[in-house]
Design a protein around this ligand. Structure first.
Ligand SMILES: [Zn+2]
Length: 476
């Protein structure tokens, strides 16, 4: 497997060579659970789910760690506004994130560490940095800062000049020696809840955001691991600072840095001030979760994904086309030797699909191969070329399964109509099919054609085979 990934640190495509043969460790910066998830959060979770599934399809064992930042300035601020305990607020939003990921069938990570459960590791890491001369405690306070000047490679991740490296999230200068320095430990303030502080050798306080990920990645993946991922908005200051402090502590840290692009809304950046954020709950209903997954995963992960009216409908049409082909092929091929001869236990990806996926997960190109294979498969069925149709069937199955967008998969079937509604709909359509059959028997083709056309007008497509009629939703 020669998967090429774009490494943000070297700004180049590089071949992924696992540190330990057959295994890949991924650390993904998870959400700060301060508010409900929006489309950008879902995209980030989904992109790394796609990567994980592709690596696993290549026979690799993946350990994916996605943290939960449950203590942070914003968590405390929002808890105050909402008049809730900070840990209650964090846990509440964590559950919303988990539910949204689950709706999109994003596989649960190997582990999901909470920052508050790893304070000991963070304190140890800060102590190491102080001992090595890369961090200092402010006199008369528990504040500890990383010393940017002490680390000559500071800025290497985002390739910035030193004057641009001021961390805006650390705007309040509380005894910094250099404006680029960033907080590792923040002393407890009287205005903050007493239970939002931990004892440490530096005094009562809580960790800075960046140190959380440096400590948690090492705990679960070791001092050197394959891939560090996150949204493009985390490159600076978060990832730059993570890298500096981890390397200053003597860790090799991540071999690859991957950054996924953000989601825009009708060409504009999503932001609180514009009031244009699309929340997961705005788009995710049970019936269209697959369309949301298809849409969010349809762009190359590094590009900006634009959300606008119509994108989910387009995704639904694409999914229906795939589902209709899979149903049609299965009906025609069942009880033929062509289906029996297929070995569906091993995925058979078209070479062009594999090439696209290995080219830095070029999903748009991979989806083009998928839809082309659906088209060819339909033509083969039209022409009764069953050997070719069976091959297309196996290939389409392999592609939609690895992308987890198989409309026939039980997970997505469940999320559509309820069983009762589906059964009632089937009963109604069977009644109309019976009336149509009666009309055909009576050679009343005007009526039989009218029934077919009327059904088509409401999105139900009939397909006749030698001795029966099948129906499906959507265009054939
Ligand atoms: Zn992080």
């Amino acid at each position: 497997m020669t998967l090429q990934l774009f490494d943000s640190r070297s700004q180049s495509l590089r071949e992924l060579k696992p540190i330990k043969a057959g295994e890949v460790g991924i650390y993904l910066c998870g959400p700060t659970v301060q508010a409900a998830p929006h489309l950008g959060h879902l995209r980030s979770g989904l992109v790394y789910d796609q990567l994980r599934r592709w690596l696993e399809a290549g026979g690799l064992k993946v350990t994916l760690i996605r943290n939960v930042t449950d203590i942070d300035d914003k968590v405390l601020a929002n808890a105050k506004t909402e008049n809730r305990k900070w840990w209650e607020l964090a846990f509440f939003y964590e559950q919303l994130f988990s539910a949204a990921y689950k709706k999109l069938d994003i596989a649960i990570p190997s582990y999901e560490p909470r920052a508050t459960a790893n304070i000991t590791e963070m304190i140890e890491l800060i102590q190491t940095l102080i001992e090595k001369g890369h961090a200092y405690q402010v006199e008369g306070s528990a504040d500890v800062y990383f010393s940017a000047a002490s680390w000559k490679d500071y800025g290497e991740l985002t390739n910035q000049k030193s004057e641009d490296l001021v961390d805006d999230t650390e705007a309040k200068d509380r005894g910094k020696k250099d404006p680029r320095d960033f907080a590792l430990w923040k002393s407890h303030k009287d205005s903050e809840p007493k239970d939002a502080a931990w004892n440490s050798p530096f005094g009562l306080g809580r960790p800075g955001w960046h140190i959380e990920c440096s400590a948690m990645s090492v705990r679960y993946l070791g001092t050197q691991f394959d891939i560090h991922g996150g949204g493009l908005d985390l490159r600076f200051p978060h990832h730059e600072n993570e890298l500096a402090q981890s390397r200053a502590a003597g860790h090799n840290f991540a071999n690859f840095w991957l950054h996924n692009g953000l989601v825009n809304v009708s060409g504009q950046k999503m932001s609180k001030s514009l009031g244009n954020s699309i929340l997961a709950s705005d788009v995710l209903t049970d019936s269209n979760a697959l369309a949301v997954r298809y849409y969010l995963g349809s762009a190359q992960y590094r590009s900006v994904l634009d959300y606008n009216e119509g994108v989910l409908e387009e995704a639904e049409v694409a999914i229906e086309r795939i589902g209709t082909f899979l149903q049609r092929a299965l009906r025609r091929l069942t009880d033929t030797k062509f289906l029996d001869q297929l070995d569906l236990s091993k995925p058979s990806f078209p070479e062009k699909f594999t090439d696209a996926m290995n080219d830095d997960l070029n999903i748009p190109a991979a989806l083009a191969v998928l839809h082309e294979t659906v088209r060819e498969g339909n033509s083969s069925l039209d022409e009764e070329l069953l050997q070719e149709a069976a091959k297309a069937y196996a290939e389409v199955l392999a592609m939609v399964d690895v992308l987890n967008i198989n409309p026939e998969a039980s997970f997505w079937k469940r999320s559509g109509f309820s069983e009762e509604a589906m059964s009632a709909l089937d009963g109604l359509i069977q009644l109309l099919i019976a009336q149509r059959n009666q009309a055909r028997e009576n050679k009343d083709f005007e009526t039989s054609d009218r029934i077919r056309d009327q059904l088509k007008a409401v999105g139900v497509v009939l397909e006749d085979s030698a001795d029966s009629t099948h129906w499906s939703l959507g265009a054939s």
